[in-house]
Ligand binder design. Sequence first.
Ligand SMILES: *[C@@H]1O[C@H](CO)[C@@H](O)[C@H](O)[C@H]1NC(C)=O
Ligand SMILES: *[C@@H]1O[C@H](CO)[C@@H](O)[C@H](O)[C@H]1NC(C)=O
Ligand SMILES: *[C@@H]1O[C@H](CO)[C@@H](O)[C@H](O)[C@H]1NC(C)=O
Ligand SMILES: *[C@@H]1O[C@H](CO)[C@@H](O)[C@H](O)[C@H]1NC(C)=O
Ligand SMILES: *[C@@H]1O[C@H](CO)[C@@H](O)[C@H](O)[C@H]1NC(C)=O
Length: 603
Amino acid sequence: MGLIYAVLMLVSLHSVVASDYQGDALFALKTSLNASPSQLSDWTQNQVSPCTWSNVNCDSNYVISVTLSSMGFSGTLSPKIGILKRLSTLSLQGNGITGGIPEEFGNLSSLTSLKLENNHLTGQIPSTLGNLKKLQVLILSQNNLNGSIPESIMGLSKLNRLQLDSNDLSGEVPEKLFQVPTYNFTGNHLNCGVNFSHVCESGNDTTEVSNRPKLGITFGIVGSVIGLLLLGGLLFLVWKIRHKGWRREVFFNVSGEDDRQIAFGQLKKFAWRELLLATDNFSEENVLGQGGFGKVYKGVLADNTMIAVKRLTDYESPGGEAAFLREVEMISVAVHRNLLRLIGFCTTLSERLLVYPFMQNLSVAYHLRELKLGEPVLDWRTRMKVALGTARGLEYLHEHCNPKIIHRDVKAANVLLDEDFEAVVGDFGLAKLVDVRKTHVTTQVRGTMGYIAPEYLSTGKSSERTDVFGYGIMLLELVTGQRAIDFSRLEDDVLLLDHVKKLEREKQLDVIVDGNLNRNYDSQEVKMMIQIALLCTQSPDDRPLMSEVLRMLEGEGLTERWEEWQQVEVTRRQENERLQRRFDHFGEDSIYNQIAIELSGGR
Ligand SMILES: *[C@@H]1O[C@H](CO)[C@@H](O)[C@H](O)[C@H]1NC(C)=O
Ligand SMILES: *[C@@H]1O[C@H](CO)[C@@H](O)[C@H](O)[C@H]1NC(C)=O
Ligand SMILES: *[C@@H]1O[C@H](CO)[C@@H](O)[C@H](O)[C@H]1NC(C)=O
Ligand SMILES: *[C@@H]1O[C@H](CO)[C@@H](O)[C@H](O)[C@H]1NC(C)=O
Ligand SMILES: *[C@@H]1O[C@H](CO)[C@@H](O)[C@H](O)[C@H]1NC(C)=O
């Protein structure tokens, strides 16, 4: 008894000591920020643990997040908080904080997100920030920071967002920083080198990597003239379309010029013969893959450009050409770094074809499962990058295209990799193309078994939520390297989703990580990806939007949603078990299983 008591005393003494220094550090921050008496009034010096304080979150008595954004603070940052070894998120944006960023911030070794934008910070970016090996998000925009970007920042291999725009920074931007998935360096006096010089110029809208050319672009004086001419051209087109209906001449043939802003401009109408020659008469040897909408062939044009030609399946009705062209035009307007750009099309009486650039690194599915001997495995960092890039592409389709585009066949096989291994989502916008002639006959479920959301399967109605489901399954593919449906797994585990859920319950997630990674992965990130995947595959109304998925990937808001998920899941399982006991094997999961297996058998 006495011993137990002594141990308890020691444990509680330890936690008092542990919280004490954290409380001191946070109190020092409150003081240095010049908090008014009414601000953070529950942050008091004589309290044992800061874990109950507002705007502070703890995990096992250690402070893991401090969020003090837009609270009107005007003081400085206290170096004392450098002692918070477990702090993962520090958000102080949108205040009027002055002074410098303390070097001691480099001691926050668990930090994943540091947001200090929109303050009045001065001085240099401390090179000690290069010690924050877990940092994923670093936002210092809109301050008065000067000096150069410290080289040490290059060592932050987890970084997926780096925003330093609108400061007083000078010197060179190390080229390696352009590999960070999202960055913004505009509004400084930086030199971005020959290859990225455009990125550093102020007022250039194509600053971010995930650049999407906007039509409302800021033109200079010369630009306005060009703009007026373009506008005139567009009006003329609209007039023509109104008077003559959609006709072939709507699509210009512009040869070779890189004019990304004008969507129609680059769309080329190919002759059937040209594509026959390019693909060697559509020879089976050139088949790159087969999706829900038709086969894809590799081809080489007369000028040696490599292309991928999609030959839409079961196309019959010649009457739908106008509708076809309208859809093609819609696809061609979706221009985004993470979307496969349409370069042209071809129509004949019995064929509809789409022409895309050839992606030299093929598909993500290829790198997960079809690698030839000696080819390198897709490393974990690239997998994370693919998850982000794909999310960005889909978010663009759902939330920035008008009308929005539902992909309907999101899977690793439809995510391609360009020469920099950046994810490029292909095969979007095709659903309407093939279904045009069928709309009055049946609503056909298009997609690939194992990726199709249960509600789409049962109602035939797709929405962006069905894409989110497919995206979730794709994340599981990235983690496991396995197929969405695999009959070689145990009976209950045929569906990858069920398999992962089971291992998640048993806390055995490490078992499922792709063995090809040879244990070279970040288990926190694996956990994050699986949690997001499970959030994406829950019942439709609870699924996050792609923009929310993006934020979670960048380290925001996952914890809360995951807690909700676990609660819902526990209730759902209990309910299922209750039903199962009553009706034996008619639980929700098994119904889905059955449908999925029956349908996939036919393919
Ligand atoms: C914290 O950072 C400062 C300055 O970077 C350094 O001198 C100090 O040794 C660090 N303290 C700890 C406890 O790591
Ligand atoms: C940066 O700004 C500070 C004042 O905030 C100034 O003292 C310092 O000389 C500047 N450094 C550089 C490299 O411009
Ligand atoms: C610019 O890019 C080219 C091609 O990617 C590369 O060969 C060259 O080294 C780059 N230039 C600089 C200054 O890094
Ligand atoms: C903006 O960037 C583009 C390249 O993406 C470049 O061609 C253009 O000159 C830049 N415009 C300005 C105003 O800096
Ligand atoms: C980059 O930063 C500038 C200046 O802060 C801002 O105006 C611009 O919108 C940002 N670019 C993107 C693509 O977010």
